[in-house]
Design a protein around this ligand. Structure first.
Ligand code: ADP
Ligand code: MG
Length: 703
C-alpha cells in the first residue's frame, strides 16, 4: 500500500534556522531579547598615525604591496598605506579571494588590532573589505552564536525580530512608577523596553562601553527589572495554583504520638528546633498542602524535626513517607528516627515499612501489603517509595531528606502519584530537608513558591571542628595523627574523591589508600566503602564502623550526607582540591557530632608548579576560615555564581540571563513587591508579561 500523502507540506529549516532554534531563538521576542556579547566600533575611521599599540581600529587605505613569504611559515603579507602611516597586514591562512581583494592598488577598509613593533605597525588577520560604503552610525553588535550560525545572518535576524516583536508596555502605571523610583536610587532614568532593547542592540558611538559592560546602564536596568519581574510572577502563579489544592489537615492530639515522642527523646530540643517544629505544625493544620524546605547546617538536628512531623501525621490517622537519596543513607539516617518511633507505634498496632531497590521480592511484597492496608504508618526508603507498584492507603505527609540530591522529575513524581484512595483529589503535604542552605537572595529569587524554615543553631555541647589545609607531602604526619586518635578510642573517616567520568580511578584511589593505611596502621581495623560494592557488604562495613569496631573507614563520597557516628573525631579528605565547597562542608559535618574535639584535614596535591588553582585555593581557605554552613554557602555562591550553585537540574527554574542576584538586590526586592501587586490588581498584564519573557518555559517553572 502506498504511503498516504502528507496533508501538511513539511517545511525544511535551513542550517542556520535550525541553529537558531537550538539557541532558543524561535519567536520575534526571543530574537529581540538575544543581546550582544560585546560591540565593535566600526563607526569611525582612524588615521594609522594615531593608532596606539594594542588598540582595535578601523582604517582605510591603499594596498601598496602584496607578497607571499615562506619563512617561518607560509603567509600573506600586505602593505597598507593610508597617507598618515603604513601597516603590514599578516595572514597565515588565506584564500585566492584574499589576494584578489587585497591586490596592489586596491582601496580597502580594514579592522583589527594594531601592533607597534620594531618593523613598523602590523595587524594579524584583520577583517577587511573593499573601501567605501557608509559608516554605520551605531556600534556593531557581536552576538553569542554557534558554529552553524554566521554572525551576519544572526545580526539580520535580530534586526527583523526586533522590528516585528511586540514590545508594547506590559507594566501598569503604578508598577512603572515604583520601578522609576527604584531606578532613581540607582541613578538610572526609566527607559521603555523598546528603547532599552534598541539601545542595547545598536548603541550610538558616544556610549560608555564600561556602563554597557558592567550592565549598569539604564537600558540594562530596565531589562533586568523586566526579567526579575517575570520570574517572580511565574513563581507566585505557581504558588497560587498550589494554594488552590487541598490536603488533609493534620493535628496533634493530647497524649498522642507527638507528645510521647517528645517524652522519650534523650535530649531537649534547641530553641531553633522548637521554632521550626511549630512552623511545620502550623502548615500541617491547614487544608492547603505544605510545601516547605527545612534547611539547617549539617548536624543541626533536622531528623528529629522530621520525626515530630511524622508523628503529627500518624497521630491524625494518616501515613507518612520518608525518602533519602541512597539506601545506605536511608538506613543510617533514619535508624535513630525509627528507634524512637517504632516502640511507640507498636502499642497502636502500627508498623514501619521499608522500601529499597535491593529488597528481595518476598520482603517487598510483604511491605507493599503493609503500605496498602495502612498498617504501615511510616514508610521509609529510597526512590523505591515513588515507584508505580507502591499504593498508599492514605499518605498525608512526604518528607524528602537531602532534597537537592533528587531531580525535579522525581519531585514531580512524588507530588503527583502519592496520596492514596482516602486522599481523593487532594495532595500530601511535602517537607523537604537540605543541609545546603540557600542564601537569602537566592531563596527569594528561585524559591518564591517555597516556604523556608531554618535551623540556625547547633545542639549544645558541640566543640567546633578545627580544619587544617595540608599538602600531600605531609601525608605521613596525618597518618601519625590517625594512629593517635584511634589509640584514644576515636574513629576516623578518610574520603577519596569521586571523579564522575571515571569510576575506575576513584576506586583505585580508594583501594590504594585502603591498602596503604592497613599496612601503616597494624592492629587497626581499616574498612573500605565505595558505591560499586554490593549493598549487603556496604551495610556490613557501615555497621562495623557505627558500632565502634572499625577504627578507620576509607570511602569514596558515598558517606557524603546523613551518616551519623558521634564517636568519629577526625575526617581526612584526600585530593580536597577536587571537591566543591558545599561537598567539603557536608563531608566535614560527619565529624564534630559528639563531645570530643574534632578535626578535619584537607589534604591537597599541588600541581607540577607546586601550586593550587585559584578557585581551589579559595575553597580550601573558606573551609579553614569558617564552620558556618550559611557563610560557606554565601562564599560558594560567590565563587561559582547562581547557575552552578543551584544547578538547573535541582532548581528546575530557567536561570536568569541578565540579572545578577549578587548585585541586583534592589531590583529583586522591587520585582517581588511588584509581582504581588500585579497578580492581584493587573492579572492580564501579568499574564502578558510572563508570556513574553518565559514563553513555553513558564510551564516548566511550575515543576
Ligand atoms: P542533620 O541536621 O545533619 O540531619 P541530625 O538530625 O543527624 O542532623 O542530628 C545530628 C545529631 O545531633 C544526632 O546524633 C542527633 O541525635 C543529635 N541531636 C539532634 N537534636 C539534638 C538536641 N536538641 N540536643 C542534642 N543532640 C541533638
Ligand atoms: Mg540529616
Amino acid at each position: 500500500m502506498p504511503d498516504a500523502p502528507s496533508t501538511t507540506p513539511r517545511k525544511e529549516l535551513s542550517a542556520p534556522q535550525k541553529a537558531m532554534h537550538k539557541l532558543g531563538l524561535v519567536r520575534d521576542i526571543d530574537l529581540a531579547l538575544h543581546l550582544p556579547l560585546r560591540y565593535e566600533d566600526e563607526t569611525r575611521i582612524v588615521a594609522l598615525h594615531d593608532a596606539r599599540d594594542g588598540e582595535v581600529v578601523q582604517v582605510e587605505g591603499t594596498v601598496t604591496k602584496q607578497d607571499i613569504q615562506y619563512r617561518p611559515r607560509r603567509q600573506l603579507l600586505v602593505t597598507l598605506d593610508d597617507g598618515s602611516d603604513t601597516c603590514t597586514l599578516r595572514f597565515f591562512s588565506f584564500y585566492p579571494s584574499h589576494q584578489k581583494t587585497l591586490a596592489v592598488g586596491a582601496r580597502v577598509r580594514v579592522r583589527g588590532e594594531v601592533r607597534g613593533g620594531f618593523m613598523g605597525k602590523t595587524m594579524m588577520h584583520p577583517a577587511f573589505h573593499a573601501a567605501g560604503g557608509e559608516l554605520p552610525e551605531a556600534l556593531t553588535p557581536v552576538y553569542p552564536t554557534s558554529a552553524q550560525l554566521p554572525q551576519a545572518y544572526l545580526r539580520k535576524a535580530v534586526v527583523s525580530g526586533l522590528k516585528r516583536a511586540d514590545l508594547s508596555e506590559t507594566l501598569p502605571q503604578p508598577v512603572l512608577t515604583s520601578l522609576e523610583d527604584t531606578l532613581r536610587g540607582l541613578r538610572a532614568p526609566l527607559m521603555s523596553l523598546r528603547q532599552a532593547l534598541e539601545y542595547l542592540h545598536h548603541p550610538g558611538p558616544d556610549v560608555s562601553l564600561a556602563a554597557l559592560e558592567d550592565r549598569s546602564h539604564p537600558a540594562w536596568q530596565r531589562l533586568k527589572a523586566e526579567e526579575l519581574l517575570a520570574q517572580q510572577l511565574s513563581q507566585l502563579q505557581a504558588k497560587r495554583e498550589r494554594d488552590a489544592l487541598r490536603a488533609p489537615p493534620l493535628h496533634t492530639s493530647a497524649g498522642g504520638l507527638h507528645e510521647q515522642l517528645l517524652g522519650v527523646l534523650p535530649f531537649a530540643l534547641t530553641a531553633a528546633q522548637r521554632r521550626v517544629g511549630e512552623e511545620i505544625a502550623r502548615d500541617l493544620q491547614r487544608q492547603v498542602p505544605m510545601h516547605r524546605l527545612l534547611q539547617g547546617d549539617v548536624g543541626s538536628g533536622k531528623t528529629v524535626v522530621a520525626a515530630l512531623a511524622a508523628a503529627i501525621a500518624i497521630d491524625s490517622g494518616w501515613q507518612c513517607a520518608l525518602m533519602a537519596p541512597t539506601e545506605i543513607l536511608a538506613e543510617q539516617h533514619f535508624a535513630k528516627l525509627i528507634g524512637w518511633l517504632e516502640p511507640l507505634l507498636e502499642p497502636l498496632g502500627k508498623r514501619v515499612a521499608w522500601l529499597t531497590g535491593s529488597q528481595k521480592k518476598k520482603q517487598r511484597t510483604e511491605m507493599l501489603a503493609l503500605i496498602a492496608s495502612g498498617e504501615a504508618a511510616l514508610v521509609v526508603g529510597t526512590h523505591a517509595v515513588i515507584q508505580d507498584q507502591v499504593q498508599f492507603k492514605n499518605l498525608a505527609l512526604a518528607i524528602i531528606d537531602e532534597q537537592h540530591r533528587f531531580g525535579v522529575a522525581q519531585r514531580l513524581a512524588l507530588r503527583s502519584k502519592m496520596g492514596g484512595p482516602e486522599l481523593g483529589a487532594g495532595e500530601p503535604h511535602l517537607l523537604m530537608m537540605s543541609a545546603t542552605p540557600i542564601p537569602r537572595t537566592l531563596a527569594m529569587s528561585y524559591y518564591a513558591d517555597l516556604d523556608v524554615s531554618t535551623i540556625d543553631e547547633l545542639p549544645p555541647g558541640r566543640t567546633p571542628i578545627v580544619t587544617k589545609v595540608v599538602s600531600d607531602s605531609r601525608r605521613h604526619e596525618v597518618i601519625e595523627r590517625i594512629r593517635a586518635q584511634v589509640a584514644e578510642g576515636r574513629q576516623v573517616y578518610w574520603v577519596c574523591p569521586l571523579i564522575e567520568e571515571s569510576e575506575a580511578i576513584d576506586l583505585s584511589n580508594a583501594t590504594a589508600t585502603h591498602a596503604e593505611l592497613s599496612q601503616l596502621l597494624p592492629g587497626v581495623l581499616v574498612g573500605l566503602l565505595h558505591s560499586r560494592m554490593p549493598v549487603a557488604e556496604k551495610k556490613a562495613v557501615m555497621s562495623l564502623f557505627s558500632g565502634g569496631h572499625m577504627g578507620v573507614l576509607v570511602s569514596t563520597t558515598v558517606i557524603e550526607v546523613g551518616v551519623d557516628v558521634p564517636n568519629a573525631s577526625l575526617m581526612v579528605i584526600e585530593h580536597a582540591e577536587r571537591f566543591g565547597l558545599s561537598q567539603l562542608h557536608q563531608l566535614r559535618g560527619r565529624v564534630g557530632r559528639g563531645a570530643a574535639a574534632s578535626a578535619c584535614v584537607l589534604l591537597y596535591t599541588p600541581n607540577e608548579g607546586g601550586r593550587l588553582g585559584e578557585t581551589a585555593r579559595e575553597r580550601l581557605k573558606a573551609m579553614a576560615e569558617t564552620n558556618d554552613g550559611f557563610e560557606i554557602a554565601r562564599r560558594d555562591l560567590e565563587i561559582r555564581g547562581p547557575g552552578e550553585f543551584l544547578g538547573a537540574r535541582q532548581s528546575g527554574a530557567p536561570l536568569l540571563r541578565f540579572a545578577d542576584l549578587a548585585t541586583d538586590t534592589h531590583l529583586l526586592e522591587w520585582a517581588r513587591e511588584a509581582a504581588a501587586q500585579m497578580l492581584v490588581r493587573f492579572p492580564e498584564a501579568a499574564e502578558r508579561h510572563v508570556g513574553r519573557w518565559l514563553g513555553t518555559k513558564a510551564e516548566y517553572l511550575k515543576a
